[in-house]
Ligand binder design. Structure first.
Ligand SMILES: [Zn+2]
Ligand SMILES: [Zn+2]
Length: 212
């Protein structure tokens, strides 16, 4: 009803993509899980554009992100990926992160205000981190399978210049930091993990905090 040719084409492509996994598998015996999966797939068929494609100006809310999580979970993991929390971070300059100890996916608001179309890709990338913490070979294989970015993304314009620069007076190594270091010694010169006053870092440069 009232769909443009372009939208119809996009829908066909999207449906093909969403159902590809199920098409390849032989039909499973009907269980409560296949019922749920069928229900989700029916939902996908009716609202795929809303679920995946978002308008340029508006970011999805957290409920929508959870819905996208469910769609990807059923599409690529048969719904077996454990449920995690999802939240937006207003401070983060990277696209996303996964905190395993809190079972939490963080989505960078600033990044996606510039690249709203990438939010699905970011979510898929962070979902893979639930299974594979590091960007190792297993991670890369999964990223290829589900069609997600291999690398954590960050936009250069979002990277802040360091507020403080510390230097080791022994080896000359510099440590740019956003936060003030209190009791820190050079990681290269200090033996062991303990603070060593002989290699205490010296503040070289300090930028005044600006508010905007
Ligand atoms: Zn990553
Ligand atoms: Zn040093």
């Amino acid at each position: 009803m009232g769909k443009t040719k372009q939208q119809k084409k996009a829908l066909t492509a999207l449906n093909y993509d969403l159902f590809r996994l199920a098409d390849r598998c032989p039909p499973a015996p009907a269980t409560i899980y296949t019922k749920i999966q069928q229900h989700v797939q029916r939902q996908q068929a009716t609202v795929p554009m809303e679920a995946i494609k978002l308008s340029r100006t508006e970011l999805p809310d957290v409920n929508r992100l959870h819905h996208m999580f469910d769609v990807y979970n059923w599409t690529y993991y048969k719904g077996k990926l454990p449920k995690v929390s999802i939240e937006f971070s207003n401070r983060m300059t990277s696209a996303g992160s996964y905190l395993p100890e809190r079972k939490l996916i963080r989505i960078g608001r600033k990044y996606h205000e510039i690249f709203p179309d990438e939010i699905g890709d970011t979510l898929k990338h962070e979902m893979i981190h639930i299974l594979h913490l590091k960007h190792n070979a297993d991670f890369r294989a999964e990223a290829q399978r589900v069609g997600a970015s291999l690398k954590a993304k960050s936009h250069p314009s979002l990277r802040k210049p360091p507020r403080y620069v510390y230097v080791c007076r022994s080896c000359g190594r510099q440590y740019p930091r956003q936060r003030r270091l209190r009791m820190a010694s050079c990681g290269c010169c200090t033996p062991g993990r303990e603070f060593d006053p002989r290699f205490k870092l010296k503040l070289l440069k300090s930028a005044r905090r600006t508010t905007c």
